[in-house]
Design a protein around this ligand. Sequence first.
Ligand SMILES: Nc1ncnc2c1ncn2[C@@H]1O[C@H](COP(=O)(O)OP(=O)(O)OP(=O)(O)O)[C@@H](O)[C@H]1O
Length: 250
Amino acid sequence: MIKIKNLKKVYNSHKVLDILDIHINPGSIYTLIGKNGEGKSTLLNAILDLITIDEGLITINGKPVTKLTTIEKRNIGVLQDQLNLIEEVDAYTFLKYIAQIYKVPKEVIDKRIQDLLDLFFEDKNKSSLNQPILTYSTGMKKKIAFCAAVIHTPDLLILDEPFTGLDLVSANNLCLFLKKYINNERCIFISSHNINYIEKISTDIGILIDSKITFSGEYRQFITNQSLYDELLKWLNIDVEETQLNLDWL
Ligand SMILES: Nc1ncnc2c1ncn2[C@@H]1O[C@H](COP(=O)(O)OP(=O)(O)OP(=O)(O)O)[C@@H](O)[C@H]1O
């Protein structure tokens, strides 16, 4: 579904992305892992044709992303850092508006909104949803933005750090939703610096280090290769000891 070839992106003479090859097939949940500032959002923005790339080619279903029509772009659901909500209205009004823009059949809109709100919000929090979105907590806003990304059931979902800001119950519900969502016609691309949820949902992973993809392939293949996994933990610095911290002044 998504193919990336020889992609280069430079910001102010700093090479952010230098990617040879990524193939993401329908049916996969592909998680791109990288530390802060490694270029994950830049790659997502490039796939969404929101930034120009310096070299290379990105295609979705065989077509360069720069040539996708508005109708083809409607088949992509996006959750970005910037949530793009209309904060003056309540969740239901906002989601109904988004569903109408995406031409979701009238007769299914209410059920979809209800099911999504039931999944992500406990009954005791439901009354807060009648207030304008600007009064919502960070996690509530994130969940509404996610609902808006999926309400029209696009074949491609692109999610930038979907777990950040969610409580454990909501994060778990999100995993359940994504596992139910994926099928042979759909593809989910996630960027994350949180490896805790990867094993729960990912069929495939990509590891972005120093602008390059050092591994891209099946999660199962990655996890059975102990040296690759050890390398990842070392790179993430997860095993750093308290004595190694240079914080004598604390
Ligand atoms: N518009 C821009 N102009 C200049 N530099 C940029 C721009 N956007 C991103 N960068 C730089 O590109 C690098 C990658 O940024 P990016 O936001 O893609 O990282 P990230 O992996 O998504 O980080 P995080 O996990 O913190 O969200 C950073 O060094 C950042 O400063």
